[in-house]
Design a binder for this molecule. Sequence first.
Ligand code: P6P
Length: 336
Amino acid sequence: PVMEKINTNIVTLTRFLTEEQIKHKEATGDFTLLCHALQFSFKSIAYYIRRATLVNLTGLAGSSNTTGDDQKKLDVISNDLFIEAMRSSGKVALLVSEEEENVIYFKDAKNARYAVACDPIDGSSNLDAGVSVGTIFAVHKLADDSTGAHGDILKPGTELVAAGFTMYGASAQLVITMKGGTVNGFTLDNGLGEFILTHPDMRIPKKRAIYSVNEGNSLFWEDNVKNYFESLKQAPEGGKPYSARYIGSMVADAYRTLLYGGIFAYPADKKSPKGKLRILYECAPMAMVFENAGGQAVDSNMNRMLEVVPEHIHDKAGIFMGSYDEVEKVKAFHKK
Ligand code: P6P
C-alpha cells in the first residue's frame, strides 16, 4: 500500500517561538520561556476539560469569584494551574486573573519583565452544556523604569507584546498574535502533546453577513444600537438579511467570527452601562487579534478598543469587533 504523503514540515508552537526569537536579535529568551509556560497551561487546562465530565469536574465548587457568579471546579483548577505556570516561569512580575479580585505579585521573580492578564476559563457557565470555552491571555512588557506595580498592567492594548486565546472545543485551538505580527492558529495534537501550526497568517474576511449578539438585551440597547441591528435584518434591493449566530461563549463566537467574518458585539446598554466584557483579559486581547487579522474592534463610543485604558483591573467596556467593513457599518450608525 502507498504510504499517505506525510507532511514532514511540521511547525510546532515550540519551533515557531524559536524562529520568532531568532528574528529578534535583542531577544533575551525571556518571552520565549513565558510562552512555553503559557502553552503548558493551555495543555493542562485542555486535559482537565476533556476529563471534566468523566470526573464530574463541572459541578459547582461552592466558592464564588469576584463577580459573584458560582465558581465551577474547572474554574478553580484552571485558575490555579495558570497562576502556577506563570509563577514557575520566573518571567512574570504580576498577574491579573478574572478569578482573582486583586493583582497577584510574584515577588520572588527577580528581574521578571512581563505582566499577564488572563481569563482562565471564559464562558465557563456553558461548561456543563459541552459548549466550547477558552482561556484568553494578554502579555504586557514592563516599562524599563517600572517596579512591578499594578499600574504596569493598566495600559492600552496598543502596548501589548502578545495576546490570544485557546478554545477548548473538539480539539484545543490556540490563536496567538504578537506586536506588529500576524495571527497564527495552532491545533493541539494530543498524541504528540504539541500545538501544530494549522492556520498560518489568519486574515478575517473583509465582510460577512453574520451578526453575533445577545438579542435578549435589546430592550436595554441605545437607539443607535437597535437601529444598527434592525438594519442588518432588512433585505436591501433584493439583498439578503444577515444570519444570527450567538454561542454565548466569547472565545467560540470570536473564533467563528475570525474564520468566517461578520460582527460580534456585546454593547454597553442601560442594564450594563459599562458593558459586560472586561477590558484587560477579554476586550483588549481579542481586539489585538482582530486588528492583526485585518479586522477592527471598537468600544461603545466607537473608540478604537486598543486605545482604551482601564482605570481598574476588572473594568468593563462595550465592544463591537469583526470584519473591517462590518465595524465601519457600526460606526455609520453611531454618527447619526
Ligand atoms: P451573555 C460568558 O459568561 C461571557 O463572559 C463571554 O464568554 C460571553 O461572550 C458573554 O459572557 C455572554 O454573555 O449575557 O450573552 O450570556
